[in-house]
Structures are given as C-alpha cells and as structure tokens.
Design a protein around this ligand. Structure first.
Ligand code: ATP
Ligand code: MG
Length: 565
C-alpha cells in the first residue's frame, strides 16, 4: 500500500503532521519492553447486522496493527443477545472480513463458547460477596440508579446472603423464573460518579434459543461482563474499541481485578469513524432494509461493506481510506470525498478503459462506404501498455450520446452541433450535416460525414473542438447501467428536523436505471465485479448479482470528478 500524499482528515493544514495511528507507539513500546512478545488483537462484532464502513475502520485498525507488528487477530462474535442475532449475519461478516483482505488466526470464535466459564466467574463473584441477585423491577431499578448529578441508592436486595444468592442464581439458570423477573448484579458502588459502576447488571433472564448454544441457557451475560473476560481467555494483549467505551474501562478493569483471569488485557479507545452523508448505525441500516427503502443489505447505495463491494469499491481502496484518515482520539466527521478520492485513485491506476454510450443516438456516416470496416485498436489503459489493446470496429453506423449533440448549443460547447466537427475517440473527425426528427420534433438520428484523412491525426489548419465517445451500431452490445447517487441529501442524515426521521433525508433520485445503453464489443465478456473506466462517464463495475457475460449490467461506482464538495 502506498502512503497517501493527502494527510489525515484530522490533521490540521498547518503545523507538524500528527502520527496517523496513536496505537503504533504503544504497541511498539510494549514489544520493546518485553511486556509482550507477540501482540494479539481481536475484532468483536455482534452478529446483529451487516458490517458497515465504520466496522471497516475497526477491522483495519485491529488486523492492521497485528500485521504490522507480527501479531495475530481473532475474529470473535460477541453473541450475547440471541434475540437479535442471526446466522445470516455471521456468514456475511466472515465474508466481508475476508473480502477486505484479512485472515483471522485459528477458528472463528464466539463469546458463547465461554458461557460456562463466565457462569463460573459469576458464581465466584457471588462467593466473594461481589455480586447479588436483585428483584427490583426494571422501573424501580431505574429509580434506584440515580442520575448523572445524583448518586443512586442501594437495592433492598443488595445484602442477601451468599447462600441465598447462589440458590437464586442457580434457579435463574435452571429456568425457574420469567424473563426480567430477576437479574444478577455486581456489587460495586451505587454512588460512583461513573454510572457504569453503579452495580451493573451481569446476567439477565431471557428464555431464547441461541444460534450457537441452542436451548442450553435461559440466562445470558451482558456485554460488559462478557467482553473483557473473553479477551482475557483468549490472551488478547490490546483490546481496541471506540471511544464510547472509555467510561466502561473502569468496569472492564474491575472484572479483571476481581476474577481469577489468566491475564489482564488492556483496553484502548479510538474515535469512531463518522462519514458525512452516511449512516453507520446497524439499527438504522436494518430499518432501511426491512422497510424496503433499499434493495437489501448489499444494495450499492448502502454504507455496508457488501454494498460498497457491489458498488464496485475495491478492498484496497477501503483499506487505503482507513489508513489515510488516521487513528486518533479526536471527534470529527470525515468527508465522503476522501473515500471517493481513494477509489478513484485505485481505479484510475488499475481499471481498463472502455466506451459505453448511456443514451444512444444513431449516427449514419453518409460518405463512409457501405460494407467497409476499419478494425481499430485502442489501448486498454493509457499508462499500462501491458494491459494490451481492445478491438473496435468502425463502420457506417455508430452511436454517440444524445447529450453530445445540441442544435442550439451554449457558447463554448465542445461537442457536436449543426455543421460542427468533433473527433470520435480513437477514430475519425466527423461533421454533423443533418438531424433527422420524428413527428414530435425529437431528434432520432444524425447524418454526418467523416474525413478519411483524420484517423489518429488532426486535420491540417482546422480546429476540432472536442472529443466524444462512441460505439459501433451493429457490434456494440445492449446493456443496463445503474447510476447511483448519495442515498441521503443531508450531510448529517441521522439528525432529522423536528417531527421527522432520518428516512425523510433519503434522496429520491439516488438510483437511476438506464436500459438500452450500448457498450463496446470488448465489454461482452465482462465478468461480475470487473471494473472499467467508461470514458467521459465515470468508473463502473459489472454487477455482482445481475450481470452476466453477454448481458452486462453496470453499476456506476464513482463519477470521474468530485461531485461532493
Ligand atoms: P451495536 O449498536 O449493534 O453494538 P456496533 O456498531 O457497536 O453496533 P459491533 O458489532 O458491536 O457494532 O461492532 C464491532 C466493532 O466495530 C466494535 O469494536 C465497534 O467499536 C467497532 N465499530 C463500530 N462502529 C464503528 C465506527 N463507526 N468506527 C469505528 N469502529 C466502529
Ligand atoms: Mg457494539
């Protein structure tokens, strides 16, 4: 991966560049001091939705650090909430991590594999007087909890004996009580200024089938009681999460200090990725899918990794983007233009060029002999000779784009106009002689003449204003082109006006489907996920699901130039 020349979004324009990843020196120091000989990180998704671009940042941070320092990374599903989880999400998450180009160490792991150990540690806390079964209703518990400015109150059940707690907890496990009837709580400090330390819940009753453990459990540990101990069981050295968990760190450490864990991982927080015009909430993404505002989790307008993939983004472009924006602890919103910069840079270097006419207008070249063909060859890439050439037959009938001819053009128009000339890309100069119209006055065909002396060179003494793309009429293939635009109209779509929701920010023009487009013959073999630059139109990729060789469907990945700022 080449180092980006543009600096991190968080870096100010003036002054020294801050390190792009504040975790690097921390890991380096831990290796230098011998505290660790090999680092172990983890990526811990909850399988309750598809991964989005924010998760890509977390994946790149965790896997990236381990790669850089010769360590390993675990993929661990934090599966403590069976009601919201699903095998579909597990499969999709594994596929997305692999697609991004990372390999986890060993088998996929599940926090649910540790449920027996976690139960034993809960019992340990009870036996050491540090946990109790509480019977307060959720409403009462909220009242007892206090507020940010007022301390909480001790629950009347807080001083139950160890024996009674053990009895009740084992009966919770045995399924004697209904959902929500009782919880197990840690006994820490109801007056702590940190709300997370006010006797947090460790276990709740939930009679739910679990995708991994089946019906074995009807009590489930909450996230905080699961996460740090799972890290400890796996020997994670650096447990990297986002800043909203900073206030959970004292609790993370309290569990490690009060349980006989095999090691004590350290938690580090970085600021989450926020991208303008983009939703990074799984709940809202799910709502978009469930309510059919988009065509599934992998709709190319979605900010999911599977959406970006279908849109035509490359894994490298997303990894480069994550590197480019840096890893730090300051809040900020990254401009979507940076992500587009990254994909454009990749595709500019790597995508073969081709021509595709999105709104075909037939052109008959009246002075080109019938039956004659020029077998033209055009480079696949202007800088990469090794990509070879593509064959393009030129004959009497071709298509150009409707938007490349105007009867009454504005000043400075560089395309075709009556009696004007234009160069056909890689071919001849033509002149527009006559526009044929239907009964309603719509132009249905152009009659042009070509200058046989202009193949590959400029006509002497004449100025040809512009170059347009074209395809041969007979040999080109029909295709569908889907033009995607941003899904949301507002830069901060999650923030809706009074009385509205984020759904009101949806861009009604986010998808435009063009049928009857004409692609140059070399595109007939396009395989799903093949990427191209369509000259003058943008970067496109053959759709993963709907495109077939011979019947291509192209998604516009990104326009040629920045259209965001
Ligand atoms: P949920 O509300 O379902 O918990 P989540 O976004 O936290 O949503 P997880 O599956 O728990 O989803 O996330 C897995 C990892 O990805 C966590 O370590 C989380 O901190 C990280 N992550 C999630 N969103 C972002 C983001 N926008 N930027 C960076 N990291 C993120
Ligand atoms: Mg989470």
């Amino acid at each position: 991966m080449s180092k980006p020349t543009q600096d991190a979004a968080a870096n100010s324009k003036a002054g020294p560049a801050i390190p792009t990843n504040f975790l690097r020196p921390i890991v380096q120091a831990d290796l230098d001091s011998g505290k660790h000989t090999q680092i172990v990180t983890r990526f811990p998704p909850e399988p309750n939705g598809y991964l989005h671009i924010g998760h890509a940042k977390s994946i790149c941070v965790n896997f990236g650090l381990a790669q850089e320092f010769g360590g390993v990374t675990h993929l661990r599903f934090d599966d403590t909430n069976p009601a919201k989880e699903d095998q579909e999400y597990i499969d999709a998450i594994e596929a997305d991590v692999k697609w991004l180009g990372f390999e986890w160490s060993g088998e996929v792991r599940y926090a649910s594999q540790y449920f027996d150990q976690l139960y034993a540690w809960a019992v340990h806390l009870i036996e050491t007087g540090k946990a109790y079964v509480d019977d307060l209703t959720p409403e009462q518990a909220r009242e007892y909890r206090g507020t940010l400015t007022e301390p909480g109150k001790n629950s009347p059940f807080r001083d139950r004996s160890v024996e009674e707690n053990i009895d009740l907890f084992s009966r919770m496990k045995a399924g004697e009580f209904e959902d929500g009837a009782r919880v197990l709580r840690a006994k820490i400090d109801m007056a702590s200024p940190n709300m997370n330390l006010r006797d947090p819940i460790l276990y709740r009753i939930r009679h739910a089938h679990h995708h991994q453990t089946g019906d074995k459990w009807c009590i489930y540990p909450i996230y905080d009681f699961t996460h740090g101990q799972s890290d400890a069981i796996e020997g994670i050295t650096h447990s990297i999460c986002t800043l909203e968990f900073e206030s959970h760190r004292p609790l993370y450490e309290w569990f490690l200090d009060n349980l006989p864990v095999p090691c004590k991982p350290r938690q580090y927080e970085f600021s989450r990725l926020n991208l303008n015009y983009t939703i990074t909430s799984k709940r809202k993404l799910k709502q978009l899918v469930d309510e059919k505002h988009v065509h599934g989790w992998d709709d190319p307008r979605m900010s999911t990794l599977s959406g970006f993939r279908r849109r035509g983004y490359t894994p490298a472009s997303i990894r480069n983007f994550c590197e480019m924006i840096g890893t730090n602890r300051s809040d900020g919103v990254v401009d979507f233009g940076m992500l587009e910069f990254s994909i454009r840079q990749d595709l500019d270097h790597n995508a073969p060029r081709a021509m595709c006419v999105l709104r075909p207008l037939k052109v008959v070249i009246t002075n080109y002999p019938e039956g004659q063909v020029d077998h033209l060859e055009l480079p696949r890439h202007p800088q990469k000779e090794e990509l070879g050439v593509r064959k393009l037959p030129f004959s009497r009938e071709i298509y150009i784009d409707r938007e490349d001819f105007m009867e009454e053009p504005p000043k400075g128009y560089k395309r075709l106009e009556p009696n004007g000339e234009v160069r056909l890309r890689g071919s001849y100069v033509i002149r527009a002689d006559e526009a044929i119209k239907d009964a309603d006055g719509n132009i249905v065909e152009l009659r042009c003449s070509y200058d046989p002396e202009t193949l590959g060179k400029n006509p002497e003494g004449r100025k040809v204003k512009g170059v347009v793309h074209w395809v041969p009429a007979a040999e080109s293939i029909e295709c569908e082109v889907r033009l995607y635009d941003r899904l949301f109209l507002s830069a901060n779509p999650e923030k809706a006006e009074e009385g509205k929701t984020f759904l009101d920010n949806i861009n009604p023009g986010s998808l435009q489907v063009l049928t009857g487009c004409r692609a140059e013959p070399s595109l007939a073999d396009a395989q799903p996920e093949d990427r191209f630059q369509f000259e003058r139109e943008g970067y496109f990729s053959a759709d993963l699901k709907d495109s077939r060789p011979g019947h291509p469907v192209f998604n516009r990945t990104v326009t040629l130039r920045d259209s965001w700022s």
